[in-house]
Design a binder for this molecule. Structure first.
Ligand code: NAD
Length: 239
């Protein structure tokens, strides 16, 4: 199918990063599940919620700071380099597709990026190291030095609107594809999980590579119930 395809849309979830030690979201013992997520409205309303969000963020960053691209990320990068995949659509926030060599244009991040922060008022980018120094010195959640606005990790929280441009770019790629390749996603987070079905309804073949069943398995042309690392290594070698 890869050989026959003109345009492949890659679609990745937390499962592509587990090989590098970053746990996924829904598996047993996932650290992401140990704390109730802080919804966007609460983050805006409460300085205490913002303080807690930054405390959690820096704790997690310390745990996963050595994460490196996996064989899955490298396989995707090989498909992009071969001219088969214009971009990968990802639900991940870990920046590992870029770390595998893809440009920002080649990665459509539906849920943002956790390796930097932005001001919610003026959009200015803030580096985490500098925010952390300020936070640890003052104990106060960071605000923007330029405009005084609230600064937040550049990820999309529960209840926060997804940037329209990114969703549109993902939809365009899904509809342009003749092969839609899902890697390591439970396919239960919406609206991201609508993309494989839309591609399929538009005539693309749908392939799902995931170690556990997903709600879309019955609509897929192929389901490979296995580990992403060895499968993508083989694909990259064959390319
Ligand atoms: P998910 O945790 O809901 O699903 C991951 C799926 O990948 C599971 O079905 C799991 O069985 C499978 N999986 C895990 N490791 C695998 C491997 N090595 N080989 C094959 N399959 C494997 O993740 P999701 O669907 O991406 O949704 C979770 C949400 O949480 C997303 O919005 C994502 O942004 C966020 N999240 C991101 C990260 C990250 O950036 N690395 C980590 C955790 C959560």
């Amino acid at each position: 199918m890869i050989r026959e395809a003109g345009t492949i849309a890659g679609f990745t979830g937390a499962g592509i990063s587990t090989e590098s030690g970053v746990p996924d979201f829904r598996s047993a013992d996932s650290p992401w599940m140990q704390n109730k997520p802080i919804p966007f409205q609460l983050f805006l309303r409460s300085a205490e919620a913002r303080r807690e969000a930054w405390r959690r963020k820096f704790t997690m960053d310390d745990l996963y700071r050595h994460a490196a691209p996996t064989r899955g990320h490298l396989g995707i990068a090989a498909l992009v380099a071969a001219g088969k995949m214009p971009a990968v659509i990802t639900q991940n926030i870990d920046n590992l597709h870029q770390a595998s060599g893809l440009s920002d244009k080649q990665v459509i991040e539906l849920h943002g990026n956790g390796t930097y922060a932005t001001c919610l008022a003026c959009g200015r980018r803030h580096e985490l190291a500098e925010i952390r120094t300020r936070f640890e010195a003052s104990g106060e959640p960071p605000t923007c030095e330029a405009c005084g606005g609230i600064v937040k990790s550049a990820t999309i929280s529960f209840g926060q609107t997804m940037p329209e441009g990114r969703l549109r770019a993902a939809l365009e790629l899904a509809l342009a594809s003749d092969l839609f390749l899902v890697l390591g996603s439970s396919l239960v987070v919406y609206p991201a999980a609508t993309l494989p079905s839309l591609a399929k309804e538009n005539g693309a073949r749908l392939v799902i590579i995931n170690r556990e069943p997903t709600p879309l398995d019955e609509h897929a042309d192929i389901v490979i119930a296995g580990e992403i690392g060895p499968i993508l290594s083989r694909i990259a070698n064959d390319l």
